[in-house]
Design a protein around this ligand. Structure first.
Ligand code: ADP
Ligand code: S3P
Ligand code: MG
Length: 165
């Protein structure tokens, strides 16, 4: 309960900004992708070789475990919104922040080699944006615009959190 949870497109800054926010608020930080890799004992690209469905099952196991935590910062993988089960768990576990970064900015900077769904083609972020935007918007408690300076975005989120407590 009472966790800060980040969702949004791959490359929008969830992992980086989540870690910054956790540090500033002196809260534990968990990256769901890293927890998934640790639980499964294999990398994300390796899991995707067995199919996206296999990765999604492993991802849900990580989300289930993370949702037991209290007062932590949790950065999810971009596709967490594709399973209702994940979002039912996360909704109960804390406040959901949708990090909304311009798709073109993501395409210009994202590392495709570690993200199997982008398979060396960052343009695929456009399709993901079309499919997932309604989900990100629908599940968000708070929508945060992300500019080029992640530090500023993190500081803005910290300010919101400090005002709430
Ligand atoms: N401090 C920063 N300021 C601006 N852009 C950054 C910074 N750190 C990383 N990036 C860019 O943001 C992209 C996404 O970061 P990441 O946190 O991994 O996103 P996500 O976890 O949402 O996929 C990276 O590809 C990188 O180009
Ligand atoms: O958008 C997606 O479906 C995915 C996003 C990735 O996380 P990031 O959003 O941190 O890149 C990772 O979970 C996996 O490659 C699938
Ligand atoms: Mg990430």
């Amino acid at each position: 309960m009472d966790n800060l949870i980040f969702i949004g497109l791959p490359g929008c800054g969830k992992s980086t900004i989540g870690a910054m926010v956790a540090k500033a608020l002196a809260l534990p930080f968990y990256d769901a992708d890293i927890v998934t890799e640790r639980l499964a004992g294999e990398t994300i690209p390796h899991m995707f070789e067995k199919g996206e469905a296999y990765f999604r099952i492993r991802e849900t196991e990580a989300i289930r475990q993370l949702c037991q935590k209290n007062r932590c910062v949790i950065s999810c993988g971009g596709g967490v919104v594709t399973r209702k089960e994940n979002m039912a768990l996360l909704k109960k576990a804390g406040t959901i922040f949708f990090l909304d970064r311009d798709v073109e900015a993501i395409i210009a900077s994202v590392d495709t080699s570690t993200r199997p769904l982008l398979e060396e083609d960052a343009e695929k972020v456009r399709d993901l944006d079309q499919k997932r935007r309604p989900l990100y918007e629908g599940y968000a408690d708070v929508k945060i615009p992300v500019g080029s300076a992640f530090k500023k975005t993190a500081a803005f989120i910290v300010e919101i959190c400090n005002k709430r407590t």
